[in-house]
Design a protein around this ligand. Structure first.
Ligand SMILES: Nc1ncnc2c1ncn2[C@@H]1O[C@H](COP(=O)(O)OP(=O)(O)OP(=O)(O)O)[C@@H](O)[C@H]1O
Ligand SMILES: [Mg+2]
Length: 370
C-alpha cells in the first residue's frame, strides 16, 4: 500500500498542506514543532480514520478552525488507486469517504489501507497497562480479519449491556432479568470463545514472526517470546469448542459473585499479553534499550504479519525513531525498511542515506519529493 499524495486542511498546525511521497523510504525532516508528527497523524487518519496517538478528533482540529479535512490518494500493490477523505467538524462529527462514498461504519475501512505505526509512546506496549497490549493484539488481528473486528465490536456492546444488567440486578432482581442474563451470558461466552481462539492463534503465529524480526534487526543472542494471559487457562492449541466449554463453566461458577458485585468478572477485556526475552520478563527486567528494541521488533513483526496474511505491504509510519538509536542501528533500520514497501520517518535532521526520499517540512504549504 502506498500513499501517493495527501492534502490536509485545518488539521493540527497545518492550515493547508499537501505532501507527495516516494515509493520506498521517505524521511520528513524539519525543526521541532514544524508539524512532522502532525503529518504522520493525518496519514494514519487516512488509513484507519483515527490518530495513532489516541488523540480525539477535536484535538486534531486546528485551533480556532471549525472543520478539518484530509484527502488522500492511495495505490495498492496491484496498482489500484483509491481515495480517502476524512471530514470532521465539532457540529457534524466525522465522516469518512472511500472513493467518494461515505462509510456507514468506520470499521469497514480497517484492513483496506493496512498501516503500522511506531512512535516513542509505544514504549507503553512494554511498560503500560494491559489495555495497551490488547490494543496491539486487536489492531494486528483486525487489520487481517474482518470477522474478528465484528466480533470485537459486538463483544463491546454486549459487555456494556451485560454490565448494566448486572448492576441493576445488584440492587433488585426479578425472574425476567435472570432469563435475560442467561441468554446474554450464552452469547457473551460465544464471543469470548471466538475472540480468545483468534488471539491464541495470532500469538502462536506472531511468535515466529517476532523471532524473525529479532534476527533481522537485533544481532545479539536474544530470543523473544510472548504469552497470552487469561483467567481461562488453556493451551495454545485449544479449539474454539474447548475454549467455549471452559468459558461457560467459569461463567456459571462466577454468576453469583457477578450479581453480588454488579459487574462482569471474566472475558477478553481482562486478558493481557506478556513479553519475554530469553524467558525473562521484558517489563520487569529488561534494560531501557532492550525494551525499546523489543517495541521496534514488535512493530516490524506486525508489519511482516499483516503483509503475509493480506499479501499487501502496509504503509509504515515511524515517528522520531532515530533519536532512540545509535548511528549503526539507524543504518540497520533503514536497510531493513528498504524492501518493506513505503515507509515515512520523521526526524529533526537530514540524514546521509542513499536512495531514499527526504522532504523538508518547514512552514505550512506544499511538500514534495522534488
Ligand atoms: N490542534 C492544533 N491546532 C494548532 N496547532 C496545533 C494543534 N495541535 C498541535 N499543534 C501544534 O503543532 C505543533 C506540533 O507539531 P508536531 O508534533 O507535528 O511537530 P514535529 O515536527 O513532529 O516536532 P518534533 O520534532 O518536536 O517532534 C506544536 O507546535 C503544536 O502547538
Ligand atoms: Mg514529532
Amino acid at each position: 500500500m502506498k500513499l501517493l499524495t495527501i492534502r490536509i486542511q485545518n488539521f493540527r498546525r497545518h492550515a493547508d498542506a499537501k505532501l507527495s511521497l516516494g515509493d520506498g523510504v521517505n524521511i520528513l525532516y524539519g525543526r521541532n514543532g514544524a508539524g512532522k508528527t502532525n503529518l504522520l497523524e493525518a496519514i494514519h487518519y487516512a488509513a484507519l480514520t483515527k490518530s495513532f496517538l489516541n488523540a480525539s478528533d477535536s484535538e486534531c482540529l486546528k485551533f480556532g478552525a471549525t472543520h478539518f479535512e484530509i484527502d488522500a490518494v492511495w495505490q495498492n500493490d496491484r496498482n489500484v488507486e483509491a481515495t480517502v477523505r476524512v471530514y470532521f467538524s465539532n457540529e457534524e462529527g466525522k465522516t469518512v469517504f472511500v472513493n467518494r462514498s461515505p462509510l456507514e461504519s468506520f470499521s469497514k475501512i480497517v484492513g483496506e489501507f493496512p498501516c503500522v505505526s511506531l512512535s516513542p509512546f509505544d514504549i507503553a506496549l512494554v511498560q503500560g497497562a494491559p489495555q495497551e497490549r490488547r490494543r496491539f493484539l486487536d489492531s494486528s488481528i483486525s487489520q487481517t480479519n474482518k470477522a474478528y473486528l465484528e466480533d470485537l465490536l459486538a463483544y463491546r456492546r454486549l459487555l456494556n449491556q451485560r454490565n448494566k444488567l448486572l448492576s441493576d440486578m445488584k440492587v433488585a432482581r426479578n425472574a425476567t432479568q435472570h432469563e435475560l442474563l442467561a441468554v446474554w451470558t450464552e452469547s457473551f461466552a460465544s464471543l469470548v470463545a471466538s475472540i480468545m481462539f483468534r488471539r491464541l492463534k495470532f500469538v502462536s503465529e506472531f511468535s515466529e514472526v517476532l523471532k524473525k524480526a529479532y534476527r533481522l534487526f537485533h544481532s545479539f543472542d536474544e530470543t523473544p517470546t510472548l504469552q497470552y494471559d487469561s483467567d481461562v487457562k488453556l493451551g495454545e492449541q485449544a479449539t474454539r469448542e474447548e475454549i467455549l466449554s471452559e468459558v461457560r463453566l467459569k461463567l456459571a461458577r462466577l454468576q453469583d459473585e457477578e450479581i453480588r458485585r454488579g459487574i462482569t468478572l471474566l472475558g477478553t477485556h481482562r486478558d493481557d499479553l506478556s513479553f519475554y526475552i530469553n524467558d525473562i520478563s521484558v517489563k520487569k527486567f529488561a534494560s531501557q534499550g532492550q525494551q525499546k528494541t523489543f517495541v521496534i521488533c514488535l512493530k516490524l513483526a506486525q508489519h511482516f504479519y499483516i503483509q503475509s496474511i493480506l499479501n499487501e505491504k502496509p504503509i509504515f509510519l515511524l515517528d522520531d525513531v532515530f533519536s532512540e538509536l545509535d548511528r549503526s542501528r539507524a543504518d540497520d533500520l533503514i536497510e531493513l525498511l528498504k524492501p518493506m514497501g513505503q515507509s515515512v520517518i520523521t526526524t529533526t535532521e537530514k540524514k546521509q542515506f542513499d536512495g531514499i526520499t527526504q522532504i523538508l517540512i518547514e512552514n505550512d504549504g506544499l511538500y514534495t519529493t522534488a
